[in-house]
Write a protein that binds this ligand. Sequence first.
Ligand SMILES: C[S@@+](CC[C@H](N)C(=O)[O-])C[C@H]1O[C@@H](n2cnc3c(N)ncnc32)[C@H](O)[C@@H]1O
Length: 279
Amino acid sequence: MSGFAPAWLDLRESVDHRSRNRKLERALAKHFDGWRPVTVVDLGCGTGSNLRATSPLLGPEQQWTLVDHDQALLKAAAQRLAAWADGADRQGGTLALFKGAKRINVEFRRADLAGDLEGALGPNANLVTASALFDLASPEFIARLAAAVAARKSAFYTVLTYDGDQRWTPEHEADAALVAAFNAHQRRDKGFGAAAGPDAPDALSEAFAAAGYAVQEGDSAWRLGAGDEALISALAAGFADAVQETSQVDAQTVLAWRSSPRTGAVVGHSDTLALGLNG
Ligand SMILES: C[S@@+](CC[C@H](N)C(=O)[O-])C[C@H]1O[C@@H](n2cnc3c(N)ncnc32)[C@H](O)[C@@H]1O
């Protein structure tokens, strides 16, 4: 178990998809226009949300490898992808998906990114991608990843990296103290060494620029309001739990914050597209 419950990933999926930066989506689609097939590795795939959102931007023949260290999530990904596709066929270790005019072959790889990055990436891929992953990773891991992606001459596209901005509606007098504590929690070790947390978008841009890539960034903040009540409530509870673990805010204040009504939130995220300077 990784601590990311399928129910939480399900709850955030539609908001993740609508929040993705459209300009970067268009730039990715343009870069891969005419490529057939396109090979893709998705790091920290969870239940396959990134494939569901990114595959429409790529060509009619795609070969995806979905990587996670959590076997239960890999299993859930196979189930959800088969249900999402118009048709699905298991052929040995490969799941063949038919979606509109696209054929998407999917393989599943259980690997720990921190311990075996080379094995997780495999020999090569046209595109290395991830969603909601790199705020968990350390700056050192991100630099190592950029070097490994560059060695493979792959393109790189990651979405929904938390950037530290968090605003709640209605405002509460303790918001600033809680956000500071939450961001300190985000920097704790999540299996990769001390995490970049809110600095992850900058760490990604710097690491890929240093590895020789042209890097584009785009805003992908969650803007939550009417219709997002279930996510707002789960997010607020998880946020307060994390704050409490830091002991940086007294328990009474956290309790008061938890019991205040909440109708909206903005959670800052950033998307990153890194393309090789030579195509
Ligand atoms: C926030 S979830 C995002 C899941 C999915 N990409 C999405 O957007 O819904 C982070 C994912 O990274 C995976 N993960 C975290 N640390 C990992 C590691 N060291 N190796 C492989 N996967 C990891 C978790 O199991 C989880 O599926």
